[in-house]
Design a protein around this ligand. Structure first.
Ligand code: HCA
Ligand code: CU
Length: 376
C-alpha cells in the first residue's frame, strides 16, 4: 500500500477562494472535523495576514490535535517564521516564487538571491524543532535546472520536504510525472504536491504526483482556493479508493459528506453536483439499462461502494427513462404483487406521463397501488 500524507489547506488556500470568509468558530469547527477525519496535516493562513489569523492559529495550535500536525504557510523571511514559531505550530510551509514570471513581476530576485535568503530561515526553524517545507511557487513554469538546483540546496539544509506547486494549474499528469520524478531522483527529503484546477486536472495531477513519488498531497474541502481552486479532499479520496481501497482505510470515510456539507453551508453554497462521493447524485442511477443491472448487482455501474462512505444508492423511477425492472423492484419494496404484464403496462403509462414532467416517488407509488386495486 502506498504511503502518503494529506495536507489539508482549507484554512489557508481555501480561505483564498473569492467567496470564503471563515469566522473563528468556523475555523475551529473545520479544524476539529479534519482532525476527526484523520488528515495528517492542517495548514492555516499565515499569522502575518491579520490579527484574527494570528489569534486563531494560536488557539488551534493549543488544542489537542491527536495525530494531526498543524502547519502555517508563510513567506520565506525571518520575521514571518518568528511569528509562526511563537504561535506554536508543528511546522511551517515556506515558499519562494522561482518562475521567471514571479522573479520578474513579484519579488525581483535571482535564484542566487533566493538561495541566500532560505538558509537562515530554515536554520531558525530547525533550531526550534519545527518541521520545514520549502516550495518553489510556480514550479511548472520554472526551468527544470533552476528547480532542481533550489530543491537540492534546501535538501542539503535538511528540510523535511520540498513542495512542487502547479500555481496556475497548467500541468498535465504527464508533466507532473516528469517533474516529480526528476525531483524524486534529485533529493532525499519528502515531496509535497499542490495543484490548481484551472485545466480540470487537479485530482488527476495529485494522483500522478503520488505515482511519481510524492509523499504529501495538498487538498481543500470542496476544492476551494484561488480562482477555481485545487484538488478536493473528496476527489483525492475517491481516486485513491478506486485504485487502492486499503490506502484510505485509516480515514473516517463516512465523515466526508459531513465535511463537504458543513463547509458548503459556511460558504452559502451547495455541494457541487459533480463532487466525488459527497454530491447529492453521486450514487443515483437513472436509465432503465443502468437501474436493471444495478438492482441485480450494484457493482455493474458503481465502482465506489456508497456504504463505505455512509451514503446510499438511489434508483430513480419517476422519469421517462424508467424501466420495468426498476418499477418491479419498487412494487416489491411496497409489498405489492403485480404480474409482468401489469408492470409492462404501468411502465408504458409512466413513461407517457413523465414525458411531460417527472413523477414524484409518491406519484409512482400511487400508480403502482392503483393497479393492484384494479387487479383485485
Ligand atoms: C499562494 C501560492 C500557492 C502556494 C503553494 C505552496 C501556489 O497562494 O501562496 O506553498 O506549495 O499555488 O503556488 O498556493
Ligand atoms: Cu495554491
Amino acid at each position: 500500500t502506498r504511503q502518503f500524507a494529506i495536507v489539508d489547506t482549507t484554512l489557508r488556500e481555501g480561505e483564498q477562494w473569492a467567496n470564503a470568509h471563515f469566522s473563528s468558530a468556523d475555523r475551529l469547527t473545520i479544524a476539529n472535523l479534519l482532525v476527526q477525519f484523520g488528515v495528517e496535516y492542517i495548514e492555516m493562513t499565515s499569522p502575518c495576514a491579520s490579527p484574527q489569523s494570528a489569534a486563531d492559529l494560536r488557539s488551534i495550535a493549543a488544542l489537542p490535535l491527536g495525530n494531526t500536525k498543524l502547519l502555517t504557510h508563510t513567506r520565506c523571511n525571518l520575521e514571518d517564521v518568528q511569528l509562526a514559531a511563537e504561535c506554536g505550530v508543528a511546522g511551517v510551509n515556506i515558499l519562494f516564487g522561482t518562475s521567471p514570471y514571479l522573479r520578474q513581476w513579484s519579488h525581483g530576485r535571482s535564484i542566487e538571491a533566493i538561495l541566500a535568503e532560505v538558509g537562515p530561515v530554515v536554520r531558525f526553524l530547525q533550531e526550534r524543532q519545527i518541521e520545514v517545507r520549502f516550495s518553489c511557487e510556480d514550479s511548472f513554469r520554472t526551468p527544470l535546472p533552476d528547480l532542481l538546483r533550489v530543491y537540492q540546496a534546501v535538501d542539503l539544509l535538511g528540510v523535511q520536504r520540498v513542495g512542487i506547486a502547479d500555481t496556475v494549474g497548467i500541468a498535465t499528469p504527464r508533466d507532473v510525472e516528469r517533474v516529480v520524478g526528476a525531483v524524486r531522483n534529485a533529493v532525499r527529503c519528502d515531496i509535497e504536491f499542490h495543484g490548481h484546477n484551472d485545466g480540470g486536472c487537479a485530482i488527476a495531477n495529485a494522483y500522478a504526483a503520488l505515482e511519481a513519488g510524492a509523499t504529501h498531497i495538498d487538498t481543500t474541502i470542496l476544492g476551494i482556493g484561488e480562482r477555481n481552486g485545487i484538488a478536493a479532499l473528496s476527489g483525492l479520496i475517491a481516486r485513491l479508493y478506486l485504485s487502492e481501497p486499503e490506502s484510505v482505510a485509516g480515514y473516517a470515510l463516512p465523515m466526508l459528506a459531513q465535511l463537504d456539507h458543513t463547509v458548503a453551508a459556511m460558504l452559502g453554497i451547495q455541494v457541487p453536483f459533480n463532487a466525488c462521493i459527497t454530491s447529492e447524485t453521486a450514487f443515483a442511477h437513472k436509465a432503465g439499462l443502468h437501474t436493471k443491472a444495478v438492482l441485480a448487482n450494484p457493482s455493474t455501474y458503481e465502482a465506489i461502494d456508497p456504504n463505505a462512505f455512509g451514503r446510499e444508492r438511489n434508483v430513480l423511477i419517476g422519469h421517462r427513462l424508467t424501466g420495468r425492472h426498476a418499477l418491479q423492484s419498487r412494487a416489491n419494496a411496497l409489498g405489492l404483487e403485480l404480474s409482468d404484464t401489469t408492470i409492462i403496462a404501468l411502465a408504458a403509462q409512466l413513461k407517457a406521463a413523465a414525458d411531460d414532467q417527472p413523477l414524484t416517488l409518491d406519484e409512482v407509488d400511487a400508480l403502482l397501488r392503483s393497479s393492484t386495486l384494479q387487479a383485485a
